[in-house]
Write a protein that binds this ligand. Structure first.
Ligand code: SF4
Length: 156
């Protein structure tokens, strides 16, 4: 049997992004991944109960792990606090991964949920900072290795 790979649904072309778009990888990459892994497509923000489209959100005052610890928040540009939905979605992603014995994830770079290395500053100024999003951080805390779409070569 193929190893399981949790994958951001938007990378597979599902129109789940905040702006109603997808960020689908080219089909050749998708086919190569599907040949090697049992893909588990998942969108933590949708699963957490947020609508599509939805206002863009950023983590303010820290990174994903701080949100999980109640030390930072995820908010929209107009100040709405969506932390609870982000945390709920992250926990559902972890539960799905654990059900399938999944130890690898391929998540969309720079997202406040899915970013594995960088996220936006929280000030909606387009600046990136070091740190993982809420879902990526929770998966990493539980021993799941998270790659982003620029690191595909490491999975193939
Ligand atoms: Fe894609 Fe993750 Fe954003 Fe969902 S939360 S649209 S899977 S980057």
């Amino acid at each position: 049997t193929k190893p399981a790979l949790l994958i951001s649904a938007c990378l597979l072309g599902q129109p789940v992004r905040y702006d109603g778009a997808s960020k689908g990888m080219n089909t050749s990459w998708q086919q190569q991944l599907a040949a090697r892994y049992a893909l588990l497509p998942f969108c933590p923000e949708c699963a957490g109960g947020l609508p599509t489209p939805r206002p863009a959100a950023e983590i303010y005052g820290g990174h994903g792990r701080h949100v999980l610890a109640g030390q930072a928040t995820v908010h929209t540009a107009s100040g709405g606090d969506v932390s609870a939905a982000f945390i709920r979605g992250a926990r559902l992603a972890l539960a799905l991964a654990q059900q399938h014995g999944c130890t690898l994830a391929l998540l969309k770079a720079n997202s406040p949920s899915c970013g594995n290395r960088q996220i936006y500053s929280g000030l909606f100024d387009g600046q990136l900072q070091e740190g993982a999003g809420v879902c990526a951080a929770l998966l990493q805390q539980h021993g799941i290795t998270v790659y982003n779409e620029t690191e595909l070569a490491q999975l193939l």
